[in-house]
Design a binder for this molecule. Sequence first.
Ligand code: SF4
Length: 432
Amino acid sequence: MNPRRQTRQISVGDERVGVVRIGGGLPDRLGNPTTPAPVSVQTMTAGYTHDIDKCVAEIHKLAAAGADIVRVAVPEKKDTQALREILPQVRVPIVADVHFHFERALEAIEAGVHKIRLNPGNISDRAQVVEVIRACKARGIPIRVGVNEGSIIERKDKQKRQKELGAVFSDRAHGYLLAIMIAKLEEYLDVFYEQDFYDIAISAKSMDAAITIDAYTEISRRFDHPLHLGVTHAGPKETGCIRSVAALSALLCQGVGDTIRISYANDPIFEVQDGLELLWSLGLRERRGVDLIACPTCGRIQVDLFTLVQDVRRELADKVTVPMKVAVMGCIVNGPGEAEGADVAVFAGDRRGIIYVQGERVANVPESEILGRLLAECLAFQERVRTGQAKLGEKKVAIVPPDPVGEIGSGWEKVAAELRREKPASLTIGKS
Ligand code: SF4
């Protein structure tokens, strides 16, 4: 992992909903130092904004799932009017997504929205853009600029600049596209700079993961604004997840990216859940809740592990908030090793489960009792962590796996004998 790229910092929100900072590391306009903010997770409501009650309920749901910022579409005046009723009811910063009609941006700003997203491809009139910039400046509201091929305000040296950039990118399969994106972004941002406006985030989404990686990489080298990462129109969750994670992981590992949105043709709650999981997996955010480890199963499987894993995941999702590691393993082969690394673990054998807490064996139960006992141990462990009686990641007992004689050798026989016992034994698995 490369260190985070240093950028200017923008702030989204207010005292009432909370302020989410995006990017950072470079001094602010007064010369005060800023620290890079944690990478934030954004999503967008799927319902109509003018359907006020449903919109508020959806925003609440997405915020409860962990969304740091929620965007809403405002295609019509009734949507920006609805913002006046929606904003006082929510507790998360709201972004107005504006296309085609710059008046929607002005109305949303007037309603008190916390950030504006402008599409250079469809709001390109310089005077209109200036009007939106001035309104945002007056209210201290940042703007996200998303560049795409449909852009934008003409500049005198556009052809020359594209030619120059085209030469720079000539070794890339999509070099010309990158040249257009950079040139158009440059000319759009010139309008902002002319207005002395720098509260800007940039996005350059593509539906192609490779183009997304190259576009953001090049933009990160040329502009010091924080970057909003995303793969647009990524598709259904099943494939969109891979496409998004491929692009976003590559960028985040380079230190590029300050806020992310994963977009699916599905309930946006999955965008939030998967965005958070991505950041947790890369160590870019402190995990909230269980870090679930489970084996993929194979011909050695000893219990119905797929069902057990889903049951554990579902049951613990709302009940555990401390970032404990829970391992669910199908047999003796990797079970002890994973159990050793986890706070709470079960590994199966002979249609039973041996349960460990901090490396200490606490139960040996039949398959039908594994779920209940594992959940009880997780909740009890969480309570001990909260009250300072236990620490995450600590081990009371080292688990030594069975000797390498093999599944049918002495190690396995010893474990199999242990599995047949109803009560926890004092012996540690694998120890002689
Ligand atoms: S833990 Fe056991 S059942 Fe699970 S994948 Fe590994 S060897 Fe197979």
